[in-house]
Design a binder for this molecule. Structure first.
Ligand code: PEP
Length: 235
């Protein structure tokens, strides 16, 4: 069994009920490739609204969560609150945040994001930076079956500048090799690694063809009907 294709949408701080209803409509209309896991990362106030309206085959993720169970943390949201809203997933932004372990311990599935800045790529430090971030995650993970990793070069996020399929594949292969050598060959073989950074309907198919790219994490385009094409990119 190969790794199942996975596409995550990251709505960031966008949407109101009216525009979310439109996204829900195009996701319901699909048709969505049944061989792709789909998860959308929605703003916290709409977690329950989206979970109640989206079909079961579309997972709902929070965009972050705090590292403590509860308490005086103004503006934060807890892993238990996400689950209480019926959602199973959380996107976690910074690889060195301790909430990776906390979210997993509390039963969530996580999408941690890693990636280098432009100056780091230009200095030839892409792998060094990504391995350091991945190590910080790996040190906190005991159950890899609830992790989907996203490689998101910072210079490609929201900029319209996508990594070429060759650049993305090269880094994905290096990450998988690191996992094989530092975690286990089984984890390296089974972990889905998504590419994120200006993925659109126009470039998703070429990226999906790469051996070590198992899907995408999509920001801007996940708010538009072209998101359905991105979900179906591996068909
Ligand atoms: C993201 O938000 O994770 C992202 C990759 O954004 P965009 O697709 O808009 O570059």
């Amino acid at each position: 069994m190969g790794r199942k294709f996975f596409v995550g949408g990251n709505w960031k701080m966008n949407g109101d009920k009216e525009s979310i209803d439109k996204i829900i409509d195009f996701l319901k209309a699909g048709p969505l490739d049944p061989n792709c896991d789909v998860v959308v990362g929605v703003p916290a106030p709409y977690l329950m609204y989206c979970r109640e309206r989206l079909p079961e085959n579309v997972g709902v993720a929070a965009q972050n969560c705090h590292k403590a169970a509860k308490g005086a943390f103004t503006g934060e949201i807890a892993a238990a609150m996400i689950k209480d809203c019926g959602c199973k997933w959380v996107i976690l932004g910074h690889s060195e945040r301790r909430n990776v372990a906390f979210a997993l311990e509390n039963g969530l599935h996580i999408i941690p994001c890693i990636g280098e800045k432009l100056e780091e790529r230009e200095a030839g430090k892409t792998e060094e930076v990504c391995f350091k971030q991945l190590k910080a995650i790996a040190d906190k993970v005991s159950d890899w079956s609830r992790v989907v990793l996203a490689y998101e070069p910072v210079w490609a996020i929201g900029t319209g500048k996508t990594a070429t399929p060759e650049q993305a594949q090269e880094t994905h292969a290096a990450l998988r090799k690191w996992l094989s050598e530092n975690v286990s060959p089984e984890v390296a073989e089974n972990l889905r690694i998504l590419y994120g950074g200006s993925v659109t309907a126009a470039n998703c198919k070429e990226l999906a063809k790469c051996a070590d790219i198992d899907g995408s994490l999509v920001g801007g385009a996940s708010l538009k009907p072209e998101f359905v094409e991105i979900i179906n990119a591996s068909q």
